[in-house]
Design a protein around this ligand. Structure first.
Ligand code: SF4
Length: 242
């Protein structure tokens, strides 16, 4: 028989026009189940008004990111025993640095728009999906279409990023990691975009993004590498002009 813990689930509730507050639910939880399972049980058996996102349940879609006891987690792969104890509290909040839609649901539109701006579109329009290499902002000799396959676009890195909290215009770790994945194939427009105050230079090298990334993308290292690429490109440009 599986072990059962008694825990208190605290959910940050935020509806339009209402003051935000925590609702508490007494729950039985198996330490070997996932945080998302417990949130789903609250919705299924205790409170149908709790809003949250989820889809694949196996860390592929990136939909179920939340802050769990003050740390960014992909809740479908975060065991209860990792984040609380028998008799303990499980506090769940929405990701930071995104507008809240309702309760635990945030608007990820800014991430998707920025990924598209650096050529890493999450979803290809139907006609383009048919062809091998979609028309893009890359020059004709570009071999690869920029897309960082490991990134599940969950937004955890942006929520954890202290620099993202200082500017809503910051491109952010996931987008800069996507740009880095393209190596030195930056075209001038993209080079200017990433070589800017709201590009790689806003990063404080704190590595919080890498610490929370559930996909081992290591965005902080990629940002450092992108800085090196930019430096080489700029210095090389000076010599090309001379
Ligand atoms: S870099 Fe990692 S944490 Fe950031 S969006 Fe991609 S998978 Fe999520």
């Amino acid at each position: 028989m599986s072990e059962k813990w008694n825990i208190i689930l605290k959910v940050l509730r935020q509806k339009q026009g209402e003051t935000s507050h925590f609702d508490e639910y007494k729950m039985d939880a198996d330490p070997d189940e996932y945080v998302l399972d417990v949130v789903e049980r609250v919705w299924a058996f205790k409170d149908r008004t709790v809003c949250f996102r989820h889809a694949c349940h196996h860390s592929t879609c990136g939909a179920c990111g939340m802050r769990v006891n003050d740390a960014e987690k992909l809740t479908c792969i975060t065991y209860i025993r990792e984040v609380t104890r028998d008799g303990g509290t499980l506090k769940v909040e929405p990701l930071r640095n995104f507008p809240v839609v309702s309760d635990l649901v945030v608007d990820m539109g800014s991430l998707y728009r920025r990924l598209e701006a650096v050529g890493a579109r999450s979803v290809l329009p139907a006609p383009e999906a048919e062809i091998e290499k979609p028309p893009s902002r890359w020059s004709s000799d570009d071999e690869q279409y920029i897309r960082l396959a490991d990134c599940i676009e969950c937004g955890l890195c942006i929520s954890a990023c202290p620099a993202a909290a200082t500017s809503s215009d910051y491109l952010g770790p996931a987008v800069l990691a996507g740009a880095q994945a393209n190596g030195l194939k930056l075209n001038p427009e993209l080079l200017n975009m990433v070589d800017s105050e709201d590009g790689v230079w806003r990063c404080h090298s704190a590595f919080e993004c890498t610490a929370v990334c559930p996909s081992f993308v290591d965005p902080a290292r990629r940002i450092m590498d992108l800085r090196t690429q930019i430096f080489k490109e700029r210095v090389g440009g000076l010599f090309r002009k001379a």
